[in-house]
Design a protein around this ligand. Sequence first.
Ligand code: CP
Length: 306
Amino acid sequence: MLQRKDILGLKDMSKEEILTILETAREMKLRIDDGSLRKGELKGKSMVTLFYENSTRTKTSFALAGKYLGATVQDLGVATSSVKKGESLIDTGKTLDQMGIDIMVMRNSLTGAPHVLAKNVDAHVINAGDGSNEHPTQALLDLYTILDYKKHFEGLKVAIIGDISHSRVARSNVFGLTKLGADVTLAGPSTLLGGSGLLGVKTTADVKEAITDADVVMGLRIQFERQKTTAFPGLNEYRELFGINKELLKYAKDDVLVMHPGPVNRGIELSTDVIDGKHSVINIQVKNGVAVRMAILKLLIEGGKK
Ligand code: CP
């Protein structure tokens, strides 16, 4: 079990907690694979998803994970809720708290929004992505996928490539991977490498340098919605200089894993033949997301509210 009320980021999570989640996710994955999903650990519990930003993978996999464990799952539907009448985040949270909600899964464009919510409600709060800050459950499913294939983290060379400045996925992965002993290099346009606050991690604008001898290459989506200025001249130039294609992948290890959190801008961050190629585990990441989110829900509920 996890001795914590909320999951807000990997920055404040210990190596032991991360490994507990990955171990429990393995049990959940076996249950998914053999069809024995519904054991009812969350029977009588309720979960609400509050997504102030769009999502396909995170929202759906949390909803499925909650249902597989026996919880009542409700989506707030932010666009049609009283949020649109101007209700504040804290008032929204307190309102849901009064209905006896046990778990709130929230995505918000503002850094720290889940932290504010967590301080003001009794429910467990899970951060499903806050601005450019953290996306802890994405990183946990990425870590799970890497461990499943590589069997260890110590000394693994991981290249994370793309829009680093705006990437909550990159930040959460750096916190998690470095705690577990991996060697991380961040690469992308120099205009998209700054401001990440990822001290102590190598950065380079040379993608070939980052990919050379990599065990894992993780592409990132260009987050046009968070870029206040044009960070590069055009998509063609981005593809030429920073896009991951078959030629570049030849510099990585022969058994390199190609990852991406999705959604992918096909043909820009990754070429189509790389997305659909033999090294790609992008679809496996999605599948593992359900198991990892089941593990998180189970462990939080077993630990109880603090
Ligand atoms: N990776 C990720 O968070 O995808 P969604 O935006 O579809 O949830």
